[in-house]
Design a protein around this ligand. Structure first.
Ligand code: SF4
Length: 279
């Protein structure tokens, strides 16, 4: 792992995803196989693979709290602010210490139980929500996909956050058709999840063929389905699953947001991030 410290002008960047974004790191050691943020590598000086480098952003400049008053602030959009290096560098914690009395709407997204270290600060915030990504209950599949906290730890983290009065979101993303048991994930977590977000797998860029190869090797019975959807672009089965999820949530009064089929929206978001990011 290549680790660098990098001086930046400020942490805050303008983003269409949440009006403002804070990415305390460049790169992400969680190294998810499907990481859409891996496009960021093109804008770094790194030759290493995505997931094999991290730049620790440092600045002594304070966050301009007036600028984000009443705004959405999203942590983080192209890294995980609770990646394992946060335990040592505490960049995210120092940022939260500045935001604790701010009147912004803070949304934190992570795959790490390390967020519990900052529960003391989160509990003091007026408007914070935490989204934790879970797309499987199968630890083997999870270990094939990423190096973040186990699924058991992520579910436990959601529960502890919820028990402490934090608004919790289970971000079911990316949903792997035929693999993600979305109904079971809802059933095991609904007592401590305030809201679900659903997003289908978008296969783009360099990782598309890695994922297809993985499916062919580990889930050969599903390969033709993936080929149909992601190579032949026939998305009927995805539409069907999307309807089933929505119907299930409506019938069971589950609070949710659906982000299926928004590849174009993501592309636009990426362009906006690239246009504004000072990383
Ligand atoms: S945790 Fe998020 S940013 Fe990090 S590798 Fe995974 S998808 Fe990418």
């Amino acid at each position: 792992m290549i680790v660098n410290e990098k001086e930046v002008k400020e942490y805050l960047t303008k983003s269409k995803i949440g009006e403002y974004a804070i990415n305390p790191y460049i790169g992400c050691p969680h190294k998810c196989k499907y990481c859409y943020a891996s496009f960021m590598k093109r804008f770094t000086n790194h030759s290493e693979e995505w997931g094999e480098f991290i730049d620790i952003k440092k600045t002594t400049n304070k966050i301009n709290l007036e600028r984000i008053k009443g705004k959405n602030v999203f942590m983080a959009t192209v890294t995980d602010c609770y990646n394992p290096y946060e335990a040592k560098y505490k960049i995210t914690r120092h940022i939260l210490e500045q935001l604790v009395n701010c009147d912004c709407r803070l949304q934190i997204s992570t795959k790490s139980k390390l967020i519990l270290r900052d529960l003391d600060l989160l509990k003091k915030m007026k408007n914070v929500s935490v989204a934790i990504s879970i797309n499987t209950l199968d630890e083997t599949f999870k270990n094939d996909m990423d190096r973040a906290s186990s699924i058991k730890e992520r579910l436990n983290t959601l529960k502890i956050l919820h028990d402490n009065g934090i608004y919790t979101i289970l971000f079911m993303s990316p949903i792997f058709i035929g693999i993600t048991d979305w109904k079971k994930i809802i059933e095991v977590s609904k007592s401590y999840v305030n809201e679900y977000w659903f997003e289908d797998l978008n296969l783009r860029g360099a990782y598309k063929y890695d994922i297809l190869k993985y499916i062919e090797t580990k889930y050969p019975k599903l390969y033709f389905l993936y080929e149909e959807i992601y190579i032949k672009r026939n998305k009927n089965k995805l539409f069907k699953m999307d309807s089933e999820i929505k119907n299930y949530c409506d019938d069971n009064k589950i609070n949710y947001s659906d982000y299926f089929h928004h590849e174009e929206v993501i592309n636009k978001k990426e362009n906006k991030i690239l246009g504004k990011n000072n990383a």
